[in-house]
Design a protein around this ligand. Structure first.
Ligand code: SF4
Length: 417
């Protein structure tokens, strides 16, 4: 992620960023050491997967989606994806997955240059949750076959409207089974007290992260979506640690001071836009610069809010894990998603919405079934659909998209008159 930090235009530097770079380096060096130490074990986990169980059982946890994002931000994906296509993976399936598999086949990783480690740590076990998509299961399975490591997972019910007690109990049962499998395969014993502590820390980091994002309700906003995609790293990669909590305490204090002092992430902020869908990692700089030049702040996003979970208030930690991981936006039906978005537009005083139609991630794309039109008609909000991709730059036309964004902001101007 620190390479992502260096590629984004950040006109008024957030001071906590330096601390973030150090934290990430320590995190990756620690993972590298864990993979080399015979007495330690590394678990791979999907980004909204059951990492608290893994941490509580003593695994060091690595999140491969981060590597996919890094490959995209470094503009490497399009060169690596053909390697995955060569072993049978479709070029239009998840480009995090195909670029990551391609990188492994090519023995290439930006982790070498960024953190001085050889590459992703070799897994002892791979754990997924299909609460975000089934692709993660296939992704983990490729490494499971390659490394002879077990692939274990949780499959919550998908596309839910109301999340019922029965849904949550069903997922809780799968989490309990996962613990039993890990105990059996690795000769471990879960300490329930420790799991509660890890879940509590995970929840506290998540609550602080939500407060960080909520500072963007201020006008002018002290941060943008393009800052958010950088600073969300600890709430994903270090969930359950005190380091993540400490980091967000520091970041929140800085952003609250910015709000008090009227420090704007985008000076002379004129319009406030919502980003719906995945980031376009290879083009963050161009997009950030364009919005900055148009005095338009991308004030909120579904993506950054994906790790802002409801707080844990004690009790059964597996119930909290089952509930929060089943309730996430990507796992809900269209009506529930629209209701969530409407509330976000209101809370962040949004003037217009940008939908990213990510070619290789239909799962986290919400512009394909009429939602932008419904939002235009029902809420009277301008909505623009951008064609692109999260990691594969071949699916993105910079000239066309930047022109469309200019026209969109002109439309916001017209509307404001
Ligand atoms: S949600 Fe999309 S980007 Fe994330 S792993 Fe699944 S297909 Fe890939």
């Amino acid at each position: 992620m620190s390479s992502i930090v260096s590629t984004v235009v950040n006109r008024i530097e957030i001071q906590a960023q330096q601390k973030l770079k150090e934290l990430l380096r320590a995190c990756f060096v620690n993972l590298d050491e864990a993979a080399r130490a015979p007495e330690r074990r590394v678990a791979w986990c999907t980004s909204v997967g059951p990492c608290e169980i893994l941490t509580a059982l003593g695994f060091d946890v690595y999140f491969p989606e981060n590597h996919g994002a890094l490959l995209g931000a470094r503009k490497l994906s399009q060169h690596l994806i053909p390697r995955a296509v060569g072993v049978g993976y479709c070029a239009e399936s998840c480009s995090y997955m195909t670029s990551d598999i391609g990188a492994t086949l090519a023995h290439a990783s930006p982790l070498r240059e960024v953190y001085g480690i050889d590459g992703p740590p070799k897994p002892d076990v791979l754990v997924y949750s299909t609460n975000q998509c089934r692709e993660v299961q296939d992704w983990m399975s490729w490494y499971g076959r390659r490394d002879g490591a077990p692939v274990l997972g949780v499959c919550p019910p998908a596309h839910l409207g109301e999340v019922t007690r029965a849904h949550i109990e069903f997922v809780r049962g799968q989490l309990r089974h996962l613990i039993e499998e890990l105990e059996r395969r690795f000769g471990l014993r879960m300490d329930d007290r420790r799991l509660e502590e890890v879940v509590d820390r995970s929840s506290r980091a998540s609550a602080l992260w939500r407060q960080v994002l909520d500072t963007a309700q201020a006008r002018p906003s002290p941060l943008t979506f393009f800052d958010g995609v950088i600073h969300m790293a600890p709430v994903i990669l270090m969930r359950g640690s005190t380091a993540a909590i400490d980091y967000y305490v520091t970041l929140l204090a800085e952003l609250e001071a910015r709000v008090r002092d009227g420090v704007a992430a985008v000076p002379d902020e004129r319009f406030r836009v919502y980003w719906e869908g995945m980031p376009i990692w290879p083009k963050l700089r161009e997009l950030s610069t364009k919005f900055f030049d148009l005095a338009t702040v991308v004030a909120a996003s579904t993506y950054c809010n994906s790790w802002a979970f409801e707080e844990y208030d004690g009790g059964d930690p597996l119930l909290w894990m089952a509930k929060t991981s089943t309730e996430i936006f990507i796992n809900r039906d269209e009506d529930t998603k629209e209701a969530f978005l409407e509330e976000m537009f209101r809370r962040f005083s949004i003037d217009g919405v940008i939908f990213h139609n990510a070619r290789t991630c239909p799962n986290n794309t919400n512009s394909r079934f009429g939602m932008p039109q419904r939002i235009r008609e029902r809420l009277g909000l301008p909505a623009l659909v951008i064609d692109g991709d999260l990691s594969d730059a071949r699916f993105f036309s910079a000239a066309q998209t930047l022109t469309n964004i200019e026209a969109f902001v002109e439309q916001l101007e017209e509307q404001a008159r």
